[in-house]
Design a protein around this ligand. Sequence first.
Ligand code: NAD
Length: 419
Amino acid sequence: MERINPFNNALKQLKESIAYLGLDEEYYRRLSTPEHIIEHPVTIVMDSGESKTFQGYRVQFNNALGPYKGGIRFHPLANIEEVKTLAFLMALKCAVVNIPMGGGKGGVQVNPKNLSAEELERLSRAWVKVFFHDIGPDRDIPAPDMYTNPQIMAWMADEYSKLAGHYTPASFTGKPVDKDGSEGREFATSQGGFYALTELVKKMGMQTGKIRVVIQGFGNVGYHAARILHEHGYKVVAVSDSRGGIYVEQGFNPDHVMQAKRERGVLVNAYCHGTVCDNIEHKKITNKELLELECDILIPAALENQITEKNADKIKARAVVELANGAITPEADTILDQKRIPVVPDVLANAGGVVVSYFEWQQNLENKKWTERKVLNKLEKIIKKEFNNIWIISRDKKVNLRTAAFILGIGRLVKAIKR
Ligand code: NAD
């Protein structure tokens, strides 16, 4: 896939919403400019004894609603434009789900697959050392993102606590449950997406037992989305990872695929080798083919810029739920609108992660532990309420759901800036 400057896409959408809200140009300038762009080299000693330096980033976009909040991504292609865009989307996302948090994002340009577990721990701790004065429970609270996970957050919170001189679990969210993480955080992004999807399905009059779902990506978000949907009677017919995907006409249990992937490493080689699905007809497909499959719901849950002007016309899904950040470009949005394919945009579809991160932060600050039921009930209420708010704006103003979400979020941000 080509690299498209994702920040320009976000700005285009911001400009449109400012115009819809009839706001002064000044708000465009204010909301298109990150408050802090921080870059530090992060140096670690490799297992070989040599030193190696990686580029580290943190962008603090806007804190009008509360402390900056957003993930840290370890990825070979991580760069400042991408981190800026994701930080902007975090500010908007927190506003869309109406939580008192601002937008931030971080990254390290590194391929974590090339690091040993010890090197990964050293890198995580080194990131905290160099960014220590920029973050903190009242200032900026990072969380996991692509190729970072609860264990990495535990190392980071531990390092932060050492440097602060006291135990500070509220410095990072997305930690393991036994290290002051929240119940439900691991699958919160997918669970939130599921709540949004169920509202959309109701509006579109689809019948649960017959809904065919295709999911791109089989990491944290993609796998849990597949698992939750399967558990609720949806038919998951295709999933993929970076090496390609599988398609099974009659649907399959994602847990069987996950088990086989864990045993064999790669999804396309994992399926149907002595597992329960040996007798089921299945097909290996490319990621390009997966996106163009006939289905009811398509869920991009891997990378940005997957549905562009080049393939949007070939999308055959009846609706798209954008779990990955920035998976659809503005040009593709226009084409999907023309094809009358509704899109639940990333800022709502994947906001479950930040909502439960906010719950984790609250629990840490109050030294409390909520049950999974309590976490999920509160999450469900928020996502369903904001989905319906966005739906109403979209009908009233005759705009798509993304523009409606921007109108809702930008409206709340501007109100916070004015106070
Ligand atoms: P992850 O690292 O756990 O999984 C990423 C998945 O994408 C893997 O299965 C990987 O194989 C696959 N992938 C990578 N390159 C691909 C390619 N070229 N084609 C197809 N698949 C490819 O990451 P994640 O946490 O599941 O995040 C996925 C997306 O969701 C990202 O856009 C992330 O920003 C977004 N997101 C995640 C969270 C969260 O809580 N984890 C919250 C909000 C948004």
